[in-house]
Structures are given as C-alpha cells and as structure tokens.
Design a protein around this ligand. Sequence first.
Ligand code: ARG
Length: 455
Amino acid sequence: MSLWGGRFSEPSDDELRALNDSIAFDRALYAEDIEGSIVYARALARAGVIEQDEADNIVAGLRQVMQEFDADAFELQAGDEDIHTAVERRLTELIGDVGGKLHTGRSRNDQVATDFRLWSIRAADNLADEISFLQSALISLAETHIETLMPGYTHLQPAQPISAAHWLMSFFWMLDRDQDRLSSAKTRMAECPLGAGALAGNPFPLDRHRLASDLGFDRPSANSLDAVSDRDFVADLLYVISLCAIHLSRLAEDILLYSNPAFGFITLDDRYSTGSSLMPQKRNADPIELMRGKTGRLIGNLTGFLATLKSLPSGYNKDLQEDKEALLDSVETMRRLLPVLTATVTSLKVNAEPMNAALSADLLATDLADYLVRKGLPFRQAHHIVGAVVRLADERGVAMTKLDLAAFKSVSASFEDDIYEVFDFRASVAKRSGFGGTAPEAVRQQIALAKANSA
Ligand code: ARG
C-alpha cells in the first residue's frame, strides 16, 4: 500500500509504477532526506505537535535507517515509490505507528525541495574542490614554464609569441570565474523550503527560521507556493557545470591539438593516453576527447531541464521530478572527468624545443609595426608598411627577419639598422609587461594573484 493509498480502491498498475517511481535515482538523497526528517521531528516536538519522547523515538529510528543505508543494508520493497516513502515505511516498521506522526504538516513537495537543495549544496562544494585541484595543477605547471615561449594563436593562425605559462594560466581564470558562479549559485541555494507544506504553508506553529538554521541553510524561503516548485537552483548548477565543461572542452581541444605530432608542444603521460587496436603507433587521448564530448551531454541536461520548467503552472508538478536525473548525471559526469583532467595536467610534459621551433618570424610583424610607431609613424601607416615587408619577404621566399637593410629601406626610409633588434622573440614577450600581459614579470604577478584568489 502506498503512502497515498487511502482514497484508491485498487493498487496502481505495474507499468505506471515503473514510470512514476523515482527510488532508482532519488535513493542518492537518503542522507539529506533523513537529516531533514530528524530536524523536522524535533521541530514538531518543540511546537507541541508531538510529545518529546515520540520525537526521540522517531529520531532514534531515523538514525537506524540511516545506518542501514550507510551500510548498504537497506532493503527496498515493491511499494517504495521514492526515497521519502521508503524511509517512512522503514521507520514505521522499526518504531511502530508513532513513525506515522513524522509527516504531520509536511508534504513530499517541501520535503523533496529541501532534500535536493541540501544535496545540491554539497555537490557544489565537492565540485568547487575538484575545480580547485585542477586550478592548482595549472598553476604548478605554469610556474615552471614562465620562460618557455610558444606561438600564441588567433583564428587558430600563428599570431604573437607568448609564454607557455600564459597559455596555461588562461584556463585558470576561466575556472576562477566558474568558482565565482558556483559560490553565487550556492547563496541562492541556501534557502530552506521545509515548512512550505504542499503549497500553502504549515498549519502548525513551527519556527521556520530555526528549521532553516538547524539544516544549515541561511534562511527559510519566503513564499510557500514558490518554494515547492522553485528549481532555479538546479538550473543554476546545471548552467555552472555546463559553462565549466565548456571551458574544460577548450582546454581539451588545445591539449589534443598541441599533443598532435605536427605540433609536438606537449606530451601526455602514458597513464592518460590510450592506444589503437589496429595502428600500433597511435597515442590517443581518449579521456581528453571524452572531456570534449561529454560537454555536449552536460549542455543537453541543462537545456532539457529548462524545457521541462517552461510554462509549468504554479505549485508542484510531477514534471519537477525530472530535476534529479539531469543534475545527478551532470554532477556524476563532472566527478569522473575532473580528477582525470587534473592528473593529465599534472603529468603533462611541456616540450620547450618544439614550441621554440614553431616561433616563426611572422609572429614578430606586430613588433615591427610597433618599431615604426616608436620612430614616430602613425600605427595605421606602420601596419601598411609592415604588410609590404611581409609581402616582399614572401616574394623572395625568405623569412622577414632575413631581409637585408636595403630591402627594408626600399619599403620605408624609417627603417634603420637597429631594426634587427626587433627580431627577438624573448624581447617581444618581455615588452608585454603591463598587468595581464605575457612578459615573465607580468605572468609572475598573475600567478601570485591566482594563488591569492584560490587561497
Ligand atoms: N519523487 C517526487 C519528486 O522527485 C517527490 C515529490 C512527490 N510529490 C508529489 N506530490 N507527488 O519530485
């Protein structure tokens, strides 16, 4: 018999149960469900709705149910529709009819909203930890490559020289923003729906502020009708996860590209590479490709759930049960991806030689224009002149840096024999020493700031 069986004359259909039941996935909320019930039982006693010894009895019973779950000894029964039903059923088996007093004034609507918020806050904390491990790995690797130069790209075309540390640190800042979003999502999550009842509130004199603080929330939700159907916190977390995964997919793409033998900039550790069943020479990066690939699924969980929320009428609707599989899947997916990515970065070999060899003269074209600017030419004109130099070098089939002074002077009289000083990749990088630039001193400053931010 289900919790709500009283008004029905026949048990529900098996097919209906298979569709309707959520125990297969919301079992994951058992700890939060039981914690919420313990706090609720005490609140009922404080409000004089149940006797103190009844509350003690209920709390002791709930603790035992918790132990059974913790020990993986909880036995599900056919009628266990969801985690709330299962816990109450077992509680009543253990302590008798008094267990049936626990749900007084409460609905599964405020209960599930409370459970899932608690679960989400913990998931957000774990995610923040996993992200910070990756951030530390990026910082450590960057610290050893402040002087390692590589081509920087725009439009995936060689653009200007940068340091490998600068490249690595660019991902630190993406993750830093993800951390920010995560903590602001947590602020909104920290609102306790318990006591909202089915939709209209709780008819017993419960102290909802106390309920909220006992469960570790910042405050109780202010409108019971909103509280039972608010799943913004789920959408928030799905979005933060999606955007974080998008950042990781970009890192993944760079890793794939730079580890390609045509680049050879980095080498993946054997433990994080995979082979081919056919081609013996292959060193693939399957986990990194999965990082890129699973981002699609994470975005799908977000957009799918947003579509579920759209146009729902006021109050709780069963559609909301879709929140669990979406978020559980996204959180679990990240939990699997992040440690592997962190280990991949930690064990990544940055190959200074091939990076250096890829520094082609054209990467200094901007510096050459800046040289003319320092000689007093307007930048627009300088840009045009250097364009002509690049074309001349192309025509002669040599690198721009190999043209003789006469050739330079044939394009512009402003070129003088100090021109060759420009052709120095290290000098080019060193010039970008302003805040946020790629010069070693600026990158050192950036790393110090990153460390302070993540402390
Ligand atoms: N399993 C349900 C969910 O996840 C619990 C709430 C059920 N409430 C109800 N009125 N049927 O949303």
